[in-house]
Design a binder for this molecule. Structure first.
Ligand code: NAP
Length: 318
């Protein structure tokens, strides 16, 4: 397949592209700064995209968006978070719909924040309604922005991605230094839950969504059970063989990170994937302990020399 990937330079895209290439696909990167031959440049902020030279594209994986966790949420940062997704997605989908031969599938990233940060529910799945709060609004408008592609007959998967676990970046990379020094601890009372997914499983899910015609609509990309922050802390400390006895007060997190804290580290997101179960998708790392052992074990063994990464799962294909 010829696959167009936006945000291919980011955390998920960087892990995904080599996997796709290894499977024999051709990857075209849609990026704001073309660095390699074959990269296609776009400027979502200025509404500029030109796919006329791209040739036939079989599938699109849309990951681009302003990073949510790399700075305090000022008014301008929030605008960039929302507009890079809402306007960027619409721009891309208008361009896909206008192609002489539209791609067969668009896999568009979304997040489990779709459900809102504190619903009081013990179980959120794809049938749960959209929640309230800033990130819930972002996810809702991000998903709605794919409408032009849907109207053009493109199969759409909205992957509502949970916290992606990889030592290469994101939340886990941020936590590791303190935990390695034995300075880790739960955040607030540690009861807030989150849906999570190992990077290997996320890549496997994206791969399956590309190929399986029956996959469409909203799909929560999360492991079997959400984890409470307390449980996550316990498991991470266990894998690293370190104590984790320094709780971080919720008030401090709110002072440091402002509104972002309520929508992210303090949010209660007990998200399950009804759809992955119905579709019969088998995760490689359904349990947190196994996922962390695999990810951190890999990282620890890899210290000092570059280890070959384990191929992502394809149990589904099997
Ligand atoms: N990582 C997670 O835990 C997680 C969880 C849930 C959902 N998601 C979503 O999945 C997607 C990919 O995640 P990721 O962790 O790989 O993200 P990431 O590392 O922040 O990378 C996103 C990519 O988007 C592009 N980008 C950055 N700012 C942009 C802007 N203002 N306008 C347009 N494009 C911009 C960049 O690519 P170029 O510079 O090449 O244009 C960047 O490499 C994101 O939309 C994210 O919200 C991630």
């Amino acid at each position: 397949m010829r696959i167009l990937v936006s945000g291919a330079t980011g955390l998920i895209g960087n892990a995904l592209a080599p996997h796709l290439k290894k499977k024999g696909h051709e990857v075209l990167r849609l990026t704001r700064t073309a660095k390699r031959t074959g990269d296609i440049e776009w400027n979502p902020q200025a509404g500029q995209i030109d796919l006329s030279g791209a040739g036939k594209i079989d599938g699109v994986i849309h990951l681009a968006g302003e990073n949510i966790a790399d700075g305090r949420w000022t008014g301008r940062k929030k605008e960039r978070i929302l507009n890079s997704r809402k306007n960027g997605t619409r721009l891309l989908c208008d361009a896909l719909a206008a192609m002489p031969e539209a791609p067969g599938v668009l896999i568009s990233a979304s997040g489990i924040n779709y459900y809102g940060s504190s619903t009081g529910s013990d179980r959120l799945d794809e049938e749960s309604p959209a929640g309230t709060g800033f990130l819930a609004k972002v996810c809702r408008e991000w998903e709605q922005a794919t409408a032009p592609a849907e109207q053009a007959g493109i199969r759409i998967c909205h992957l509502r991605i949970g916290m992606v676990l990889t030592p290469e970046g994101g939340a886990l990379k941020k936590m590791l230094p303190a935990f390695k020094l034995g300075l880790g601890g739960r955040i607030a009372n540690g009861r807030q839950r989150t849906g999570w997914i190992s990077i290997d499983d996320l890549i496997g899910i994206i791969d399956a969504a590309l190929h399986e015609e029956s996959w469409s609509g909203a799909i929560n990309a999360v492991a079997r059970e959400p984890a409470s922050n307390r449980e996550f802390t316990r498991q991470l400390a266990r894998v690293l063989a370190r104590p984790a006895v320094f709780p971080v007060p919720g008030l401090l997190v709110r002072i440091l990170f402002g509104e972002m804290a309520n929508d992210t580290v303090l949010a209660d997101l007990p998200v399950y994937s009804r759809r992955l179960t119905e579709l019969g998708y088998k995760l490689c790392h359904p349990e947190l302990a196994g996922a962390l052992n695999h990810l951190i074990g890999k990282e620890r063994k890899g210290q000092g020399r570059k280890k070959k990464s384990r191929p992502p799962p394809n149990d589904f294909d099997a």
